[in-house]
Design a protein around this ligand. Sequence first.
Ligand code: CA
Length: 362
Amino acid sequence: MKRRQFLTAAGAGLATAAVAKPAIAQSSPEIKWRLTSSFPKSLDTIYGASDTFAKYVSEMTDGKFQIQAFAAGEVVPGLQALDAVTNATVEVCHTASYYYVGKDPTFAFGTAVPFGLNARQQSAWFGQGGGMDLLNEFYAGYNAHALVGGNTGCQMGGWYRKEIKTVADLKGLKMRIGGFAGRVLTKLGSVPQQIAGGDIYPSLEKGTIDAAEWVGPYDDQKLGFNKVAPFYYYPGWWEGGAALFFFINKAKWESLPKNYQAILKAASAAADTEMQAKYDAKNPGALKQLVAAGTQLRPFPQEVMEACYKAANELYAETSAQNAKFKKVHDAHMAFRNDQYLWWQVAEYTFDNFMIRARARG
Ligand code: CA
């Protein structure tokens, strides 16, 4: 009797599986997408997120959903990655939202804004503070839907051919600096330039520019900036935690079965976490090597930080007055920041501060 019941149950199970199979097949179609990255393959940290994303999507779909990643310049230039998604030249890109502030300054909030959030806080704002929903409402105007795509952590303030001792030293400074931060420096007399990663070194070497910021020790060392500028400043106050996104063409995103959307979200979250971990693991060794090879580390003077903070706040007020979309995202971002730093000063900062001093004592 028992055996008979078991066989019946097993038979029922098989029957269920047989019925369910066509439904599974329908929800797992074979799809091939192209991804254009804004970065060169030589940067395993930031470019690597595209490979990680594609690998997980393929593995989670038994190879049915293939995403082929291309480096900057292979399909479109690095700074046109989002445009390629907007006009459906490719289905997905991996880029920094703030590369597109020329279209609308609101794009800045998807990566980092001057004196904005650190990396942990940026992730919290996206996922738990309503940030990603606000941004996706904005990106819909560009036929794009964003998923998280990594973070570099707090960046360095860049490479300078001459020391920055006072605010006056910023006057006339020709600097490669991305996005919205350049507009802050314009207020202090600098001349910002937007130059893609691979083109910075020759500009700095030739003296076409006086300074350049990119990311941090690991990436900067790979691009060789230490060979053409001796002074390495910190912190990159314009990128307390610079986030990257995978932008997906909105119609393509909406056409995906729900399970594929979930897989893309999971794969992007894995790539997101992996990038920050790579930077945190690799930066200390690179910093040691740079300093051993003669790089001179300098903190920005307090008066320079204060002047930039004041200029940034003026720019926020001016831009908010002209642009309602900017104001909406700005107000949410800054309210979140203020609560985050209320919390940060208690446990996180106190712990880090103690540990840094304890390490210095040996
Ligand atoms: Ca940067």
